[in-house]
Design a protein around this ligand. Structure first.
Ligand SMILES: Cc1cc2nc3c(=O)[nH]c(=O)nc-3n(C[C@H](O)[C@H](O)[C@H](O)COP(=O)(O)OP(=O)(O)OC[C@H]3O[C@@H](n4cnc5c(N)ncnc54)[C@H](O)[C@@H]3O)c2cc1C
Length: 381
């Protein structure tokens, strides 16, 4: 980071490019990378001094296998793209897969039904001992689980920023941090650093579509979803390779939605753990390279983000996280909120003006699918 706090590769805005991108989160940078790899001149404008949006506040979890349909297709490309870009830009990835921990027979039944819908090897069913091979501390209540070997992890605090550095150093690419986009019209983007002429403009501002193009947000019913997250220290030496999902995660991802036993999971969790459903918790975690865990997450939704985090929800995450992992001495190091766009559809791709695209992942899978979405948008040109 430069002494000013501005991202080190921040450059001044050119007056004309082929493609102007608004937003330096994973979705905006994915578009910039696709366009640059096709030899186009690209400028990215980002209002903040460095990436601090959803793309750095998440688990860094490419939850590929649990997707279905078009999201799975996008995730499959994104997986390959994360690996390739990690190599080119030099950031950390872990091909450790995901461990789904089942602590009730109905959860295991969902995983068995899910495995039946997938190619052999994509969903490896486990008994309790098999779960312990991936998660040595797993509690006694574990009945089994599944390992999803294709899933990936990146360090969200590093990956997007490294991508911006690498892109900003490429010929024909400029990333201007601290530059707010104020208005867009066909062929021109107006910013706090002046206007830029561009044949293509891509608006990748996550939930803030309503600030720049309110009619697009209204037509797609985009709202904000805000989540509480914790960074916790674990006892020395605890290593958890895969991302860890729980029974609540089965209720969330599209891949599990058609499993007949899912309703039984929902009913039981509502009876036994009403607080988890009231906070709309997806209990999961990933481990950062330094050993700390990213533990989350709760969900709340509305047009405007509630300014106050709920302490009782943090306590719930901590207690349930400890129970899931079989670790009773977790210590909170950081707390934060992340926000993403939410809408009835999983993806928003609109062209409100000629040459102007608005692209947003409208559920919590942008790290998993963002690159796949960007490729399709750029291919569509
Ligand atoms: C807590 C949490 C956990 C999550 N976990 C996962 C996960 O494990 N796996 C997964 O796949 N997904 C996960 N997600 C979802 C994922 O993080 C998002 O879908 C993804 O990061 C969205 O990327 P983005 O680039 O659209 O948004 P952002 O990263 O928010 O980037 C948008 C950028 O646009 C900029 N911007 C906005 N308006 C303007 C303007 N007018 N001018 C200039 N710049 C502007 C913002 O400053 C911001 O930097 C999670 C999200 C959260 C919040």
């Amino acid at each position: 980071m430069a002494a000013s706090g501005m991202h080190p590769t921040s450059g001044s805005l050119p007056t004309e490019v082929d493609v102007a991108v608004v937003g330096a989160g994973v979705v905006g940078l994915a578009h910039a990378a696709e366009a640059a790899d096709r030899g186009l001149r690209v400028a990215v404008v980002e209002r903040d001094a460095r990436p601090v949006g959803a793309s750095v506040r998440n688990f860094g979890h490419a939850c590929v296998t649990a997707q279905v349909g078009v999201a799975l297709e996008r995730a499959t490309y994104a997986r390959q793209r994360w690996l390739e870009l990690a190599e080119r830009a030099g950031f950390w990835t872990a091909q450790t897969g995901t461990l789904v921990v089942a602590r009730a027979d109905d959860e295991l039944a969902v995983l068995e039904e899910f495995a039946d819908t997938r190619p052999v090897g994509d969903v490896v069913l486990l008994d309790a001992d098999g779960v312990r091979e991936h998660l040595a501390t797993a509690p006694t209540e574990v009945v089994g689980g599944a390992w999803l070997p294709k899933d990936l992890r990146v360090n969200p605090r590093e990956a997007v920023s490294s991508l911006a550095t690498w892109l900003g150093e490429r010929d024909g690419v400029t990333i201007s941090f601290g530059t707010n986009a104020m208005g867009v019209e066909a062929g021109a983007l107006h910013t706090t650093a002046g206007s830029i002429a561009a044949e293509r403009i891509v608006v990748c501002v996550n939930h803030d579509v309503d600030r720049l193009l309110p009619e697009v947000a209204r037509a797609a019913s985009v709202r904000r979803c805000w989540l509480q997250m914790l960074r916790v220290a674990v006892p020395a030496g605890v290593r958890i390779g895969p991302g860890v999902l729980s029974g609540t995660s089965l209720l969330r991802y599209g891949g599990f939605a058609a499993c007949p036993s899912l309703e039984a999971v929902r009913r039981r969790l509502a009876e036994e753990h009403p607080a988890l459903l009231a906070a709309d918790v997806n209990l999961m975690c990933t481990q950062l390279p330094d050993g700390d865990l990213l533990l989350g997450d709760t969900h709340d939704r509305g047009p405007t983000v509630a300014p106050f985090s709920r302490a009782d929800w943090d306590d719930l995450l901590l207690a349930e996280g400890a129970r899931l992992l079989g670790l009773d001495d977790l210590r909170v190091i950081e707390r934060w909120q992340g926000v993403y766009a939410t809408a009835p559809e999983e993806f928003l791709v609109a062209e409100p003006l000629p040459g102007v695209s608005v692209v947003s992942v409208t559920t919590g899978i942008g790290m998993t699918c963002g690159f796949g979405l960007a490729r399709e948008v750029v291919d569509g040109w």
